[in-house]
Design a protein around this ligand. Structure first.
Ligand SMILES: Cc1cc2nc3c(=O)[nH]c(=O)nc-3n(C[C@H](O)[C@H](O)[C@H](O)COP(=O)(O)OP(=O)(O)OC[C@H]3O[C@@H](n4cnc5c(N)ncnc54)[C@H](O)[C@@H]3O)c2cc1C
Ligand SMILES: NC(=O)c1ccc[n+]([C@@H]2O[C@H](COP(=O)([O-])OP(=O)(O)OC[C@H]3O[C@@H](n4cnc5c(N)ncnc54)[C@H](O)[C@@H]3O)[C@@H](O)[C@H]2O)c1
Length: 462
């Protein structure tokens, strides 16, 4: 057993861990990152954001080409699924090389491939291929992230998960003719639209009455009719079993209201949520763990002020950029001697559902405003009248901005349609920094870019 000392040890090496690791290493602290993957970036690069969006962008280019077949780009592009997946894999491997170079170029920081568990609040054991290592640590950041949740449905082992689909060298090798998606959240709905765009016949089974459970029903109502009508969406579904058919396909058994029914597909994607990954020993050393994950406040400290929990593991806002910002907050508070000097702003984190088309939101939207009794003034801009949307032949959707009725301060917004993921960042920055409808209305954003719609939405109030 080797005993090593570290000023900071991170459990995990994803977005919740490495920004703090690099910040502290640059400040001269000795840092050790532990992750069974042995590489940086966690699940975002391994099986999440980057690989899924690599497939999305390819599917969108394919859609665009077909839209422009009658607008000067005749001819047929065909789908070579193996090459699409190879492109995805090559981006993952390029980014891993980039991260390895960053790591090699930074002094004071070491990566250990292994799984960490707590022995005491200041001692962590790491199980590696070569046996156990022990580290004494002044500070710890728990950033062990989240993992696919597979419900206890008989036959769920016959389903694919996002891990199987998006990991390097994924299990799915050919484009399925028929895909059944269980779950109409981020992963289920995004993946359904990517595969439908590539030519798969997709059926999506959602438990509740609304897709994208928990998101503003007004935004979901704008998005839903814009989704590919070939996607067969069934809501109010309770999946009861999955089985393999004699032909080697999959049959999903479900109940809807009083009725039992089945549906057949070539593959089934199980996408009903993720669960936090809690390192062994955490609860035993006094860290509070709830169903959502490790309990933390906006300072990211756990019950032990020298132990922080950042990213998906705390269940606050399970998105990559949220994890990165939390990691930086933890780094600042460590540098401040565990007396908080920085806090995460959980209210202004932009969220994009990268469906085709996409929807994005930030801050306070009408459903939340109503629940909190906040009167709103709403600024609207319709992409029907937008020059870039017309150029791209993508005039569906638009921008809505939500202002406090008394001060016209921007509280939030949503975008459905073109450039949603880019526009929501600009809206989020404005809301986080207290800009008003007057500020947005007077800013000369670029023409002909969709961002000029933000100023136009603000000017719709005057
Ligand atoms: C299919 C999919 C698509 C997504 N798309 C987006 C997107 O477009 N945009 C977005 O913002 N977010 C997206 N997300 C979410 C995003 O991936 C996460 O929010 C982000 O990865 C969280 O970072 P993290 O560092 O908290 O955790 P993770 O990325 O989960 O990293 C945690 C790491 O900890 C390691 N670990 C676990 N236990 C231990 C242990 N005991 N010891 C040592 N190491 C351990 C794991 O191996 C893992 O590498 C997506 C997720 C999925 C699954
Ligand atoms: N664009 C992005 O930023 C992005 C993309 C993908 C994933 N993510 C992250 O990954 C997390 C997990 O995504 P997810 O889609 O797995 O979870 P989710 O919580 O977003 O959605 C799960 C959906 O499955 C439904 N469901 C639950 N049980 C069901 C059942 N038995 N039968 C049918 N439907 C059922 C729920 O009603 C819900 O709509 C997200 O919370 C998000 O943090 C983010």
């Amino acid at each position: 057993m080797i005993i090593q000392y570290a000023d900071l040890l991170t459990i995990g090496a994803g977005g919740g861990a490495y920004p703090a690791a690099f910040r502290l290493a640059r400040a001269g602290r000795s840092v050790v990152m532990v992750d069974p993957k042995g590489v940086m970036s966690g699940n975002c690069l391994y099986e999440g954001c980057v690989p899924s969006k690599a497939i999305r962008e390819t599917a969108e280019i394919y859609q665009s080409q077909r839209r422009f077949a009658e607008r000067g780009l005749p001819g047929t592009i065909t789908v070579d699924f193996a090459k699409i997946m190879a492109h995805k894999d090559s981006i993952q491997s390029r980014r891993y090389q980039q991260h390895a170079a960053d790591l090699a170029a930074t002094p004071n920081i070491q990566m250990i491939q292994g799984e960490a568990r707590f022995i005491t609040p200041h001692e962590v054991a790491v199980d590696t291929a070569d046996g156990e290592r022990r580290l004494r640590c002044a500070q710890v950041i728990i950033a062990s992230g989240s993992d696919v949740f597979v419900p206890p449905v008989p036959g769920s082992e016959f389903c694919l998960t996002s891990h199987d689909l998006y990991k390097p060298d994924p299990i799915l090798k050919t484009l399925p003719e028929r895909m059944i998606v269980i779950g109409g959240g981020y992963i289920g709905l995004e993946t359904a639209t990517f595969f439908a765009a590539l030519g798969t016949r997709v059926t999506l089974l959602q438990r509740g009455g609304q897709l994208l459970n928990g998101m503003d029903p007004g935004m979901v109502a704008v998005l839903t009719p814009l989704l590919d009508p070939s996607i067969h969406i069934l809501t109010g579904i309770d999946v009861t079993a999955v089985e393999v058919t004699p032909e080697g396909g999959r049959r999903v058994h479900y109940t809807r209201g009083e009725e039992d029914d089945t549906i057949d597909g070539d593959v089934v994607l199980m996408a009903v949520g993720r669960r936090p990954v809690i390192p062994a020993g955490a609860a035993e050393i006094g860290i509070t763990v709830t169903r959502k994950g490790v309990a933390v406040g906006a300072d990211l400290q756990t019950a032990h002020p020298h132990i922080y929990a950042c990213g998906d593991v705390n269940g606050r806002v399970p998105l990559f950029h949220a994890a990165v910002r939390q990691s930086m907050v933890a780094a600042h508070n460590i540098l401040g001697g565990n007396i908080p000097m920085d806090y995460a702003d959980f209210r202004h984190i932009p969220t994009t559902i990268f469906t085709l088309p996409a929807a994005a939101y930030v801050g306070i939207t009408p459903a939340l405003a109503e629940a909190q009794g906040i009167p709103l003034q709403i600024g609207r801009y319709d992409f029907e009248e937008d020059s870039r949307a017309q150029i791209l032949e993508r005039m569906e959707g638009g921008i809505q901005l939500f202002f406090a009725a008394d001060s016209l301060r921007l509280l939030g917004g949503w975008v459905v349609g073109i450039d949603a993921g880019a526009l929501i960042g600009q809206i989020g920055t404005a809301a986080a920094h207290g800009l008003t409808a007057y500020d947005l209305a007077r800013f000369a954003d670029q023409h002909p870019m969709s961002a000029e719609g933000i100023g136009k939405a603000a000017r719709s109030l005057f």
